[in-house]
Design a binder for this molecule. Structure first.
Ligand SMILES: [Zn+2]
Length: 366
Protein backbone atom coordinates (compact mmCIF):
# COMPACT_ATOMS: atom_id res chain seq x y z
CA UNK A 1 0.00 0.00 0.00
CA UNK A 2 1.69 3.17 -1.21
CA UNK A 3 0.42 6.48 0.05
CA UNK A 4 1.39 10.01 -0.92
CA UNK A 5 4.02 10.54 1.82
CA UNK A 6 5.75 7.24 0.89
CA UNK A 7 5.95 8.44 -2.72
CA UNK A 8 7.35 11.79 -1.59
CA UNK A 9 10.04 10.00 0.44
CA UNK A 10 11.00 7.75 -2.49
CA UNK A 11 11.26 10.76 -4.84
CA UNK A 12 13.40 12.65 -2.29
CA UNK A 13 15.82 9.69 -1.95
CA UNK A 14 16.03 9.27 -5.74
CA UNK A 15 16.77 12.98 -6.19
CA UNK A 16 19.44 12.82 -3.50
CA UNK A 17 21.10 9.78 -5.09
CA UNK A 18 20.96 11.48 -8.49
CA UNK A 19 22.65 14.58 -7.03
CA UNK A 20 25.21 12.34 -5.35
CA UNK A 21 26.06 10.46 -8.55
CA UNK A 22 26.48 13.68 -10.52
CA UNK A 23 28.81 15.02 -7.82
CA UNK A 24 31.06 12.00 -7.53
CA UNK A 25 31.67 11.64 -11.26
CA UNK A 26 33.05 15.18 -11.48
CA UNK A 27 36.83 15.46 -11.38
CA UNK A 28 38.33 15.79 -7.88
CA UNK A 29 34.96 16.66 -6.47
CA UNK A 30 34.45 16.19 -2.73
CA UNK A 31 31.17 14.74 -1.58
CA UNK A 32 29.97 15.49 1.92
CA UNK A 33 27.57 12.85 3.18
CA UNK A 34 25.30 14.51 5.73
CA UNK A 35 22.92 11.64 6.30
CA UNK A 36 23.82 8.05 7.12
CA UNK A 37 22.78 4.98 5.22
CA UNK A 38 24.05 5.68 1.72
CA UNK A 39 26.34 3.33 -0.13
CA UNK A 40 29.06 3.75 -2.72
CA UNK A 41 31.18 1.24 -4.60
CA UNK A 42 34.93 1.56 -3.99
CA UNK A 43 37.58 -0.41 -5.89
CA UNK A 44 37.67 -3.09 -3.16
CA UNK A 45 33.93 -3.43 -2.52
CA UNK A 46 30.68 -1.75 -1.67
CA UNK A 47 30.70 0.43 1.44
CA UNK A 48 28.24 2.15 3.71
CA UNK A 49 29.14 5.75 4.39
CA UNK A 50 28.72 7.30 7.82
CA UNK A 51 27.47 10.78 8.69
CA UNK A 52 29.90 13.67 8.09
CA UNK A 53 32.15 11.57 5.92
CA UNK A 54 33.93 13.11 2.96
CA UNK A 55 34.94 11.15 -0.12
CA UNK A 56 36.66 12.37 -3.27
CA UNK A 57 36.47 10.96 -6.79
CA UNK A 58 39.25 11.23 -9.37
CA UNK A 59 38.90 11.48 -13.16
CA UNK A 60 38.61 7.67 -13.39
CA UNK A 61 35.65 7.62 -11.01
CA UNK A 62 37.78 6.05 -8.25
CA UNK A 63 36.81 7.04 -4.74
CA UNK A 64 39.06 8.02 -1.90
CA UNK A 65 38.10 8.44 1.75
CA UNK A 66 39.12 11.94 2.86
CA UNK A 67 37.56 12.10 6.32
CA UNK A 68 35.08 10.07 8.35
CA UNK A 69 34.23 6.38 8.21
CA UNK A 70 33.07 3.78 5.72
CA UNK A 71 32.10 0.16 6.44
CA UNK A 72 31.91 -2.81 4.09
CA UNK A 73 28.45 -4.14 3.29
CA UNK A 74 29.11 -7.75 4.26
CA UNK A 75 26.98 -10.04 6.48
CA UNK A 76 29.56 -9.66 9.29
CA UNK A 77 28.96 -5.95 9.44
CA UNK A 78 25.18 -5.68 9.21
CA UNK A 79 24.09 -2.61 11.19
CA UNK A 80 27.66 -1.98 12.21
CA UNK A 81 28.09 1.18 14.25
CA UNK A 82 31.33 3.12 14.51
CA UNK A 83 32.25 5.56 17.27
CA UNK A 84 35.58 7.38 17.48
CA UNK A 85 37.18 9.36 20.29
CA UNK A 86 40.40 11.34 20.28
CA UNK A 87 42.05 11.71 23.70
CA UNK A 88 45.12 13.70 24.77
CA UNK A 89 46.76 16.82 23.43
CA UNK A 90 47.79 17.45 19.80
CA UNK A 91 50.88 19.53 20.51
CA UNK A 92 54.58 19.22 19.66
CA UNK A 93 56.02 16.80 22.21
CA UNK A 94 52.52 15.67 23.24
CA UNK A 95 50.43 12.66 22.38
CA UNK A 96 46.95 11.56 21.39
CA UNK A 97 45.13 8.28 21.60
CA UNK A 98 42.55 7.36 18.96
CA UNK A 99 39.82 4.94 20.07
CA UNK A 100 37.47 3.31 17.58
CA UNK A 101 34.50 1.39 19.02
CA UNK A 102 32.52 -1.08 16.91
CA UNK A 103 29.56 -3.30 17.84
CA UNK A 104 31.29 -6.40 16.50
CA UNK A 105 32.91 -8.87 18.89
CA UNK A 106 34.83 -10.83 16.25
CA UNK A 107 38.46 -9.66 16.69
CA UNK A 108 39.59 -7.85 13.54
CA UNK A 109 43.07 -6.97 12.33
CA UNK A 110 43.78 -3.31 13.07
CA UNK A 111 46.29 -1.32 11.06
CA UNK A 112 46.99 2.40 11.35
CA UNK A 113 48.75 4.68 8.88
CA UNK A 114 50.39 7.90 10.09
CA UNK A 115 51.18 10.69 7.63
CA UNK A 116 52.87 13.63 9.37
CA UNK A 117 52.98 16.84 7.35
CA UNK A 118 55.73 19.30 8.13
CA UNK A 119 57.31 22.26 6.34
CA UNK A 120 59.71 20.21 4.20
CA UNK A 121 57.49 17.26 3.29
CA UNK A 122 55.79 14.20 4.70
CA UNK A 123 56.87 11.49 7.08
CA UNK A 124 54.90 8.25 6.88
CA UNK A 125 54.83 5.01 8.80
CA UNK A 126 52.29 2.44 9.88
CA UNK A 127 51.72 0.44 13.04
CA UNK A 128 49.40 -2.22 14.37
CA UNK A 129 46.44 -1.02 16.42
CA UNK A 130 45.29 -3.17 19.37
CA UNK A 131 42.12 -4.03 21.24
CA UNK A 132 42.08 -1.73 24.26
CA UNK A 133 38.83 -2.89 25.89
CA UNK A 134 35.66 -4.89 25.47
CA UNK A 135 32.44 -3.18 26.50
CA UNK A 136 29.56 -5.68 26.54
CA UNK A 137 28.93 -6.38 22.84
CA UNK A 138 31.48 -3.89 21.52
CA UNK A 139 35.24 -3.89 20.96
CA UNK A 140 37.39 -0.79 21.39
CA UNK A 141 40.48 -0.56 19.17
CA UNK A 142 43.17 1.96 20.03
CA UNK A 143 46.42 3.50 18.92
CA UNK A 144 48.79 6.11 20.37
CA UNK A 145 49.65 9.06 18.12
CA UNK A 146 52.94 10.67 19.24
CA UNK A 147 53.87 14.25 18.25
CA UNK A 148 57.60 14.70 17.86
CA UNK A 149 59.83 17.35 19.42
CA UNK A 150 62.10 17.35 16.36
CA UNK A 151 59.86 17.92 13.33
CA UNK A 152 57.78 21.04 13.13
CA UNK A 153 54.71 19.08 12.13
CA UNK A 154 51.58 20.99 11.15
CA UNK A 155 49.15 18.08 11.07
CA UNK A 156 48.94 14.32 10.92
CA UNK A 157 46.58 12.26 8.77
CA UNK A 158 45.46 9.12 10.59
CA UNK A 159 43.89 6.21 8.74
CA UNK A 160 42.68 3.30 10.84
CA UNK A 161 41.55 0.14 9.12
CA UNK A 162 39.84 -2.91 10.61
CA UNK A 163 39.88 -5.99 8.41
CA UNK A 164 38.94 -9.67 8.51
CA UNK A 165 40.80 -12.37 6.59
CA UNK A 166 39.12 -11.32 3.35
CA UNK A 167 37.70 -7.84 3.62
CA UNK A 168 38.40 -4.36 4.83
CA UNK A 169 35.52 -3.95 7.27
CA UNK A 170 35.97 -0.36 8.40
CA UNK A 171 38.16 2.45 7.20
CA UNK A 172 38.36 5.62 9.27
CA UNK A 173 40.32 8.73 8.39
CA UNK A 174 40.91 12.06 10.09
CA UNK A 175 43.37 14.94 10.07
CA UNK A 176 44.67 16.19 13.42
CA UNK A 177 46.08 19.75 13.45
CA UNK A 178 49.11 20.00 15.78
CA UNK A 179 49.76 23.13 17.88
CA UNK A 180 53.31 24.46 18.23
CA UNK A 181 55.22 24.49 21.53
CA UNK A 182 57.82 27.10 22.52
CA UNK A 183 61.08 25.38 23.51
CA UNK A 184 63.47 27.12 25.93
CA UNK A 185 67.18 26.37 26.05
CA UNK A 186 69.50 25.36 28.89
CA UNK A 187 73.25 25.03 29.33
CA UNK A 188 74.60 22.08 31.35
CA UNK A 189 78.24 22.30 32.44
CA UNK A 190 80.18 19.19 33.50
CA UNK A 191 83.24 19.12 35.78
CA UNK A 192 86.51 17.27 35.07
CA UNK A 193 85.54 13.74 36.13
CA UNK A 194 82.16 13.70 34.33
CA UNK A 195 83.69 15.34 31.23
CA UNK A 196 86.26 12.56 31.07
CA UNK A 197 83.63 9.82 31.64
CA UNK A 198 81.23 11.21 29.01
CA UNK A 199 83.82 11.96 26.33
CA UNK A 200 85.81 8.76 26.66
CA UNK A 201 83.46 6.04 27.99
CA UNK A 202 86.16 3.41 28.40
CA UNK A 203 85.66 -0.05 26.94
CA UNK A 204 82.00 0.48 26.07
CA UNK A 205 80.37 -0.27 22.73
CA UNK A 206 78.20 2.86 22.59
CA UNK A 207 76.65 1.99 19.19
CA UNK A 208 75.65 -1.50 20.41
CA UNK A 209 74.11 -0.01 23.58
CA UNK A 210 72.10 2.43 21.47
CA UNK A 211 70.91 -0.32 19.10
CA UNK A 212 69.82 -2.45 22.04
CA UNK A 213 67.63 0.23 23.59
CA UNK A 214 66.18 1.25 20.21
CA UNK A 215 65.20 -2.36 19.55
CA UNK A 216 63.35 -2.44 22.86
CA UNK A 217 61.45 0.84 22.67
CA UNK A 218 60.45 0.34 19.02
CA UNK A 219 58.36 -2.66 20.08
CA UNK A 220 54.57 -2.44 19.95
CA UNK A 221 53.25 -5.17 22.26
CA UNK A 222 49.55 -5.88 22.70
CA UNK A 223 49.72 -5.46 26.50
CA UNK A 224 47.23 -3.09 28.14
CA UNK A 225 49.23 -2.21 31.24
CA UNK A 226 48.76 1.50 30.43
CA UNK A 227 45.13 1.17 31.62
CA UNK A 228 46.59 1.57 35.15
CA UNK A 229 46.97 5.31 34.38
CA UNK A 230 50.03 7.50 35.03
CA UNK A 231 51.69 9.05 38.08
CA UNK A 232 54.95 10.90 38.74
CA UNK A 233 58.13 8.80 39.24
CA UNK A 234 58.95 10.54 42.55
CA UNK A 235 56.74 11.58 45.46
CA UNK A 236 58.21 15.09 45.60
CA UNK A 237 58.14 16.84 42.22
CA UNK A 238 58.90 20.37 43.48
CA UNK A 239 62.55 20.42 42.33
CA UNK A 240 62.05 20.24 38.54
CA UNK A 241 65.56 21.03 37.27
CA UNK A 242 65.10 20.53 33.52
CA UNK A 243 61.96 20.79 31.41
CA UNK A 244 60.92 18.48 28.61
CA UNK A 245 61.98 19.77 25.17
CA UNK A 246 64.77 22.11 26.32
CA UNK A 247 67.33 22.75 23.58
CA UNK A 248 70.44 21.72 25.50
CA UNK A 249 74.05 22.91 25.26
CA UNK A 250 76.39 20.46 26.95
CA UNK A 251 79.67 22.08 28.02
CA UNK A 252 82.62 19.85 28.99
CA UNK A 253 86.16 20.72 30.03
CA UNK A 254 88.96 21.34 27.48
CA UNK A 255 86.64 23.51 25.33
CA UNK A 256 84.48 20.61 24.23
CA UNK A 257 80.70 20.96 23.78
CA UNK A 258 77.68 19.38 22.10
CA UNK A 259 73.98 20.10 21.63
CA UNK A 260 70.90 17.96 22.14
CA UNK A 261 67.19 18.10 22.90
CA UNK A 262 66.14 17.17 26.44
CA UNK A 263 63.64 14.34 25.87
CA UNK A 264 62.46 13.91 29.47
CA UNK A 265 61.68 15.78 32.69
CA UNK A 266 64.24 15.96 35.53
CA UNK A 267 63.27 15.84 39.21
CA UNK A 268 66.11 16.37 41.68
CA UNK A 269 66.33 15.11 45.26
CA UNK A 270 68.72 13.26 47.60
CA UNK A 271 70.69 10.20 46.44
CA UNK A 272 68.68 7.11 47.41
CA UNK A 273 65.23 8.73 46.97
CA UNK A 274 62.82 6.00 45.79
CA UNK A 275 62.13 5.95 42.02
CA UNK A 276 58.61 4.76 41.34
CA UNK A 277 57.05 3.01 38.32
CA UNK A 278 54.81 5.71 36.82
CA UNK A 279 52.52 3.12 35.20
CA UNK A 280 52.04 -0.66 35.38
CA UNK A 281 54.10 -2.73 32.95
CA UNK A 282 56.88 -5.17 32.29
CA UNK A 283 60.50 -4.21 32.99
CA UNK A 284 62.43 -4.69 29.76
CA UNK A 285 65.77 -3.18 30.71
CA UNK A 286 67.57 -2.65 34.00
CA UNK A 287 71.28 -2.02 33.57
CA UNK A 288 74.05 0.53 33.18
CA UNK A 289 74.66 2.31 29.84
CA UNK A 290 76.91 5.23 28.90
CA UNK A 291 75.17 8.64 29.38
CA UNK A 292 71.96 7.00 30.78
CA UNK A 293 73.75 5.60 33.83
CA UNK A 294 71.77 2.92 35.69
CA UNK A 295 68.49 2.90 33.74
CA UNK A 296 65.13 1.11 33.83
CA UNK A 297 62.74 0.79 30.85
CA UNK A 298 59.15 -0.37 31.35
CA UNK A 299 56.86 -1.60 28.54
CA UNK A 300 53.28 -0.39 29.12
CA UNK A 301 51.93 -1.86 25.87
CA UNK A 302 50.87 -0.51 22.47
CA UNK A 303 54.31 1.06 21.87
CA UNK A 304 54.43 3.07 25.13
CA UNK A 305 57.60 2.84 27.28
CA UNK A 306 58.72 4.79 30.33
CA UNK A 307 62.41 5.30 31.12
CA UNK A 308 64.15 6.26 34.38
CA UNK A 309 67.83 7.26 34.23
CA UNK A 310 70.86 8.13 36.39
CA UNK A 311 69.89 5.83 39.31
CA UNK A 312 72.38 4.98 42.08
CA UNK A 313 70.82 1.53 42.52
CA UNK A 314 68.58 -0.69 40.38
CA UNK A 315 65.84 -2.66 42.18
CA UNK A 316 63.52 -3.97 39.42
CA UNK A 317 64.99 -6.70 37.20
CA UNK A 318 64.48 -7.32 33.49
CA UNK A 319 61.26 -9.36 33.07
CA UNK A 320 59.58 -8.17 36.30
CA UNK A 321 55.92 -7.22 36.09
CA UNK A 322 55.41 -4.04 38.10
CA UNK A 323 52.38 -2.14 39.31
CA UNK A 324 52.01 1.60 39.14
CA UNK A 325 53.63 2.88 42.35
CA UNK A 326 56.17 0.06 42.81
CA UNK A 327 59.72 1.13 43.75
CA UNK A 328 62.02 0.22 40.86
CA UNK A 329 65.28 2.05 41.66
CA UNK A 330 67.02 4.65 43.84
CA UNK A 331 67.93 8.14 42.71
CA UNK A 332 71.52 8.89 41.77
CA UNK A 333 73.74 10.75 39.33
CA UNK A 334 75.23 7.97 37.19
CA UNK A 335 75.74 8.78 33.49
CA UNK A 336 75.26 12.33 32.16
CA UNK A 337 74.17 14.04 35.38
CA UNK A 338 75.56 16.96 37.37
CA UNK A 339 73.65 16.07 40.56
CA UNK A 340 71.26 13.39 41.87
CA UNK A 341 67.99 13.44 39.92
CA UNK A 342 65.55 11.23 38.03
CA UNK A 343 65.39 11.75 34.27
CA UNK A 344 61.85 10.58 33.50
CA UNK A 345 61.09 9.93 29.86
CA UNK A 346 58.27 8.31 27.87
CA UNK A 347 58.52 7.05 24.30
CA UNK A 348 55.90 5.89 21.81
CA UNK A 349 57.31 3.77 18.93
CA UNK A 350 60.67 5.13 20.10
CA UNK A 351 59.56 8.77 19.76
CA UNK A 352 59.96 10.81 22.96
CA UNK A 353 56.84 12.61 24.22
CA UNK A 354 56.36 14.62 27.42
CA UNK A 355 55.45 12.02 30.10
CA UNK A 356 52.95 14.48 31.57
CA UNK A 357 51.04 14.51 28.25
CA UNK A 358 49.98 10.93 29.12
CA UNK A 359 48.00 11.82 32.25
CA UNK A 360 44.83 11.55 30.13
CA UNK A 361 45.24 7.79 30.68
CA UNK A 362 43.89 8.42 34.21
CA UNK A 363 40.54 9.41 32.68
CA UNK A 364 40.09 6.29 30.52
CA UNK A 365 36.71 4.71 31.31
CA UNK A 366 35.30 1.61 29.63
ZN1 LIG B 1 67.08 14.70 31.98
Amino acid sequence: MTNRSDMRLIITIMLFLLALSSCVTAKNENVQIRRPGYSLTFPDGRYRIYTDTRVAADEHGQFQLMKGAIAAEKPLTKNLKVKTELLGNAQWGGCNMLLLTVNCTIPLKCRVWFDYKFAKGNWKFDRKGHIVAQKRDRLVYGVFIPHSTYNETHSVDITMELSSEKYVIIRYKDTIPISPTEWDSQTVTFGDAKSEELNTPSGRNIAAERRKRQRIWNENSNHRYFLSGMRYPVDDTRDLTSEFGYRRNWVYTKGRSSTDVHTGVDYANKTGTPIIASCAGQVRYSEYAAYLGNAVFIDHGMGLFSIYMHNSNLIAKEGDIVDKGDIIAEMGMTGAATGPHCHWETRIYGMPVDPRSLFFLNDLKF
